[in-house]
Structure formats: structure tokens, C-alpha cells
Design a protein around this ligand. Structure first.
Ligand code: C2E
Ligand code: MG
Ligand code: MG
Ligand code: MG
Length: 289
């Protein structure tokens, strides 16, 4: 009985593996096809200053439109693209397309582009970014690159070297999803980041009874202040969250409360208006420090 069930488990396991491998192959094929046929789109999500309520920039978020016109989330295909190397041409497309679009905007808003750790370790990124800036005419000060600490962990020395070269071009570097990894604090020590993006998981937990998230948010804001690095809170969905962040002296916010990621034209139109409305609806709280 025990033996039979073990064999059965192994069979199930192999069937699962087989299925997983085939699913990955299908996704790889579809990604290649999407790249060739330009089925990718960029959406933009507004970021705003807590004190002025004005837009400070837009995060660029990749979308894959399938044949039925539905958007597939990057969380579902970026890991596959990182595994099969397609993140390199896809990431280059994102950078070029984002810089090109932003260069044509009437207002010189900053854009924030996500970088995969694979791009940091496999491409001459400073050269590529330099080339794309020249090609599109976007001012380097309008480009911010977001990296997660995973990129730092894999090869700290090489990564900090690449980041320094990128900064020398005049672009800024943000630490994304801060507080979720294993070594967030040592990462801050290794490189002078221009911004800390506090992960949205802390926002979700703010609504619960647990006081820990509040304490952690306060601590991160104190760290940012001590190091003179502005902190942006991700995933702000409610007016209560915004009020708490404002009272604690958070510099910038991003989240559904201000606007969802949208095609560029919509994002540029709606962002500022919705922030103004939010701002007006908020009682003026005391700003700590
Ligand atoms: P991220 O860089 O942390 O981006 C923020 C994610 O949070 C986005 O998910 C955004 O839609 C979502 N978000 C924003 N505000 C809220 C909110 O108030 N509530 C909730 N629940 N979610 C919110 P998205 O667009 O699905 O992207 C997921 C991740 O995929 C990104 O996380 C980023 O790591 C990656 N990604 C997106 N575009 C690119 C890209 O062009 N290149 C690379 N390498 N990665 C990308
Ligand atoms: Mg990001
Ligand atoms: Mg993030
Ligand atoms: Mg994230």
C-alpha cells in the first residue's frame, strides 16, 4: 500500500513536471511572438509628492496584450522571460519605448523604469542607456531606474559599479520593494540610492490591527531621513493610509488612490486631477519633522 502510493505520487510528480515544462515552452514561444508583433504596451502610474499633491513622475509598467485583448500581468511572464533570456530584448524595448514616449510629452515629467537583475548582469547597461538617451533626446534627469535588492545580492561589486556608471550619466536610481528582501539595510549601505520605494505589503497590513507595520513604516522613514534619501510609499489605496503617511513625513506616494496604471494619454490626463481632489478631501495633518 505504502509502495503503491509512493509510485503514484512519483507519477503525479512527473506528470506535473512535464506539464510545467510544456507550459513554460508555450509561454516562451508566445513571448517571442509578442515581441516580434509588438503586442507589448506600456502603462503609466502616477507618483505624487505628499506635501504638494502634484505629480512627480510616472512608473512605467509593462503590459502584454493577448489575442483576446486581455492584459497579462508582468508578474506572470517576467520570471519566465528572465529564465529564457527574453527579458534582454524585452527590457531594451521597454527602455527605448518609454524614453521615446516621455520625450514627446508636453510636460517634462520623470519616468521610472523597472530593471531586471538579469539586465544588470548581462548587458552593458550604461552604454545601452546612454545610447537610448541620445537616440530619443530624453534628458537623463528625467529617467529613474528601479532595481530590487536581488540585483545587489547576486553580485554586489559588479552591480554597484554598473549603478555608479548609470548615475554618472545623470539618471537616478531607486531601490524598489524595500523591506521585503533579506538584506535591505546592507543594500542601502552599498550604494547611494536616490529613492527608497517602500513595498506595498506594509500598506496592506496598515489596515489590520497589528501595530508592527506602522512601526516599520516609521522606522523606514527615519532611515530615509537620516540618510537624506526620499521615501516613496507604494500601494497607497485609502485616504487613511495617505493621512498616516503624511503625518509621518513620507515624501511621495503611488497607488490606486491616486491612479491605476493606464495607457500614457489617460495617465497624464487623470493623474494630476485625482491627486488634487484627494488632497482637497484630506484634512491637513501635522507633518512630523
Ligand atoms: P513593481 O515595480 O513593484 O510595480 C508596482 C506594482 O504594484 C504594479 O504591478 C502595479 O500595478 C501595482 N500597484 C500599484 N499600485 C497599487 C495599489 O494601490 N494596490 C495594488 N494592489 N497594487 C498596486 P504590475 O504592473 O502587475 O507589475 C508587477 C511587477 O512586475 C512590478 O512590480 C515589477 O517588478 C515587474 N515589472 C513591471 N513592468 C516591468 C518591466 O518593464 N521590466 C521589469 N523587469 N519588470 C517589470
Ligand atoms: Mg517598480
Ligand atoms: Mg515595487
Ligand atoms: Mg513589486
Amino acid at each position: 500500500r505504502a509502495k503503491a502510493s509512493l509510485t503514484q505520487d512519483v507519477c503525479f510528480y512527473e506528470a506535473d513536471m512535464d506539464q510545467a515544462v510544456r507550459a513554460r515552452r508555450r509561454v516562451t514561444q508566445a513571448l517571442r511572438e509578442a515581441l516580434e508583433n509588438e503586442r507589448f504596451e506600456l502603462h503609466y502610474q502616477v507618483q505624487a509628492s505628499v506635501s504638494t499633491g502634484k505629480a512627480t513622475g510616472y512608473e512605467v509598467l509593462l503590459r502584454w496584450k493577448d489575442h483576446d485583448g486581455r492584459y497579462i500581468s508582468p508578474a506572470d511572464f517576467i520570471p519566465v522571460a528572465e529564465e529564457n533570456g527574453l527579458i534582454l530584448p524585452i527590457g531594451e524595448w521597454v527602455l527605448r519605448q518609454a524614453c521615446r514616449q516621455a520625450a514627446a510629452w508636453a510636460e517634462p515629467h520623470r519616468i521610472a523604469v523597472n530593471l531586471s537583475p538579469v539586465q544588470l548582469s548581462h548587458v552593458d547597461l550604461p552604454r545601452l542607456v546612454h545610447q537610448i538617451l541620445l537616440e530619443t533626446g530624453l534628458a537623463p534627469s528625467r529617467l529613474e531606474l528601479e532595481i530590487t535588492e536581488t540585483a545587489m545580492i547576486t553580485d554586489m561589486e559588479r552591480t554597484t559599479h554598473v549603478l555608479r556608471q548609470l548615475k554618472a550619466l545623470g539618471v537616478s536610481i531607486a531601490m524598489d520593494d524595500f523591506g521585503t528582501g533579506y538584506s535591505s539595510l546592507s543594500t542601502l549601505k552599498a550604494f547611494p540610492f536616490d529613492k527608497i520605494k517602500l513595498d506595498r505589503s506594509f500598506m496592506t497590513e496598515l489596515d489590520g490591527e497589528a501595530p508592527q507595520s506602522r512601526a516599520i513604516i516609521r522606522a523606514v522613514l527615519t532611515i530615509g531621513e537620516s540618510l537624506s534619501i526620499p521615501v516613496l510609499a507604494e500601494g497607497v489605496e485609502t485616504a487613511e493610509q495617505l493621512a498616516f503617511l503624511r503625518a509621518q513625513g513620507c515624501n511621495e506616494v503611488q497607488g490606486y488612490l491616486l491612479g491605476r496604471p493606464q495607457p500614457e494619454a489617460d495617465a497624464l490626463l487623470n493623474g494630476v486631477v485625482r491627486i488634487a481632489a484627494t488632497e482637497a478631501a484630506e484634512p491637513q495633518a501635522e507633518r512630523a519633522a
